[in-house]
Design a protein around this ligand. Structure first.
Ligand SMILES: Nc1ncnc2c1ncn2[C@@H]1O[C@H](COP(=O)(O)OP(=O)(O)OP(=O)(O)O)[C@@H](O)[C@H]1O
Ligand SMILES: [Mg+2]
Length: 311
């Protein structure tokens, strides 16, 4: 018999007391060991879904199972399988990291001796061992974020859910957290990550669901999704100045951003060397280049625009 998926969501609906329908009957599966991205704009229903999975919010209809355990019928069992990292830092800033971890585990029924052992382990994994006994208030922003994740791991969840853990943090902190999340996933924990940073999903996740207005608009492998994008955008920095008249190159759209900067849209399959030599023939020498925008972001805008057009 094959084991149940880490998460099975079937026809899930949520209507809040004020009449707002946050989820219009969504279905979703996340395999064990996956690193799964849940993407969507503000108000899409991501936190509502996460709230239901982690037993903080009651569903109006439909089912959610975590490793085969129904969260509504076996709440306690399901809760033991799930670890949640909420978006906002919500530990007591006057407590010490070590105590935050031990007390959290104790609250969730982990015996004290075991909790202490795990706290040492998790602090080391989060590179916070040296900060264990300082007031949390003195931790940097990145350290506080890592502590939030370490805390969720104290119960050894098989499914870790992170609700926009990198919202509003700078790229350096984000990269540190990416590493931490990768290690957690590599150790066998299934990870679901919600994010507004599309490059983050692209960087970390194997599968993805895009949710908009309480509906799943896409549920697929990250690679398959990226493969559907046929056009790539670049920005070229030019040596010298661009000519007044840009060359015509088949399949390529060139737009001068300023005299030294060229916006380029080209088919993904096109050979860049061909483009460089075609530009060279017009006296345009490319000094450096970068990706113009996030491909996933473009796709996301397209998908959600289609939804709006259809509704
Ligand atoms: N407790 C609540 N009571 C009433 N309506 C709510 C409640 N929580 C969320 N909603 C509404 O449900 C919808 C989905 O909200 P949700 O917080 O799930 O979105 P989200 O995708 O997490 O958004 P964000 O990216 O901004 O965090 C929104 O219209 C929101 O206003
Ligand atoms: Mg949210």
């Amino acid at each position: 018999m094959s084991s149940p998926p880490a998460l099975h969501v079937s026809d899930l609906r949520k209507v809040y007391d004020n009449g707002v329908t946050a989820l219009h009957g969504i279905s979703l599966d996340v395999g064990e060991g996956d690193f799964f991205a849940l993407l969507g704009p503000n108000g899409a229903g991501k936190s509502t879904l996460i709230g239901i999975i982690s037993s903080l919010v009651n569903a109006s209809a439909g089912t959610v199972e975590v490793f085969g355990v129904d969260v509504a019928r076996r709440r306690g069992d399901a809760m033991r399988l799930v670890g949640l990292v909420p978006q906002e830092i919500n530990f007591n800033l006057f407590e010490r990291p070590f105590d935050i971890l031990v007390n959290y585990a104790g609250f969730h029924g982990v015996p004290r001796a075991l909790a202490i052992e795990r706290a040492h382990e998790e602090l080391a994994r989060a590179h916070l061992s040296g900060k264990a006994h300082l007031t949390s208030r003195t931790l940097s922003g990145g350290m506080k974020r890592r502590l939030m994740i370490a805390r969720a791991l104290m119960t050894r969840p098989r499914l870790l859910i992170l609700d926009e853990p990198t919202a509003g943090v700078d790229i350096e902190i984000r990269r540190g957290m990416w590493q931490q999340m990768r290690e957690i996933n590599a150790s066998g924990t299934t990870v679901i990550l919600t994010t507004h940073y599309l490059e983050e999903a692209e960087e970390l996740c194997r599968n993805i669901a895009i949710i908009d207005h309480g509906r799943i608009v896409q549920h697929t492998a990250m690679k398959a999704l990226l493969a559907t994008l046929d056009v790539e955008g670049f920005v070229f920095d030019i040596d010298g100045e661009l000519p007044a008249l840009l060359p015509q190159i088949e399949g390529v759209r060139l737009t001068a951003r300023d005299v030294r900067t060229l916006d380029v849209e080209m088919p993904r399959t096109m050979n860049l060397n061909l483009l460089f030599s075609a530009l060279g023939e017009s006296g345009i020498v490319v000094r450096s280049m970068r990706n113009r925008s996030n491909r996933l972001e473009e796709l996301f805008l397209r998908l959600t625009a289609r939804e709006v057009a259809a509704s």
